[in-house]
Ligand binder design. Sequence first.
Ligand code: 5GP
Ligand code: 5GP
Length: 218
Amino acid sequence: MLLHAQDFDFFYFAQQWNPASCDSKIKCCYPTNGKPAQDFGIHGLWPNYNNGSFPKSCNKNARYDETQISDLISSMQKNWPTLSCPSNNGTRFWSHEWKKHGTCSLSMLDMHSYFQAALALKEKVNLLQFLNNAGIKPDGGFYSYEAMKEAIEKGIGHTVGVECNIDLFGNRQLFEVYVCVDKCGSEIIDCPIVPESKRCKESIEFAVFESESLLDEK
Ligand code: 5GP
Ligand code: 5GP
């Protein structure tokens, strides 16, 4: 059997905590269709190898053709908001994720199936609910990193990875959650390898969106 360079073992389904994308040293901009919900948003669906390495930008000829996913765009605007600057409609973020990661799972998912799989996973994995069930609420307060990770793992029934970033005041805060998914992009699995958490400490902030006025001053 011929092995293709883009063969892979599993996906990381990466979600970002939207307020933490804005409350960091990197300037954020709301997408043109409006301020995102105070919720997790999709970052990407990333093909990975069991040893922790990963393929990227696998097919330079594969174009990002938004007409193929026109039925998904309104759901992507809600569930996969872009927070990078300058403010834009999301096409740049989605196109980047497709070219860097999506083209490496073409053996399993075409472009429409890839974006649809990510949206279906977002529906299935309600991280905010899992945290809420453990009494962990986004209130700008500090919570134990272990407690946050455990609350998510209890809700999902599988191991996950959690990463932090640093807010404007130097506090470490919950930033991203990595859930592991089988090659079909549908079943959640225990992570064959949990991404190392480089920036979290024992106690981390669960940030809220800062006020519009503060954002203007940045
Ligand atoms: P960072 O260095 O900020 O953790 O990651 C930067 C980017 O590299 C991510 O947004 C993602 O595109 C890619 N990346 C980082 N870690 C992984 C990984 O473990 N697997 C895959 N597939 N991509 C990753
Ligand atoms: P990755 O880290 O996945 O390789 O790359 C993310 C790229 O998408 C970066 O170039 C970043 O500027 C762009 N981008 C656009 N919107 C967002 C967003 O909301 N979050 C993240 N992490 N990256 C975004």
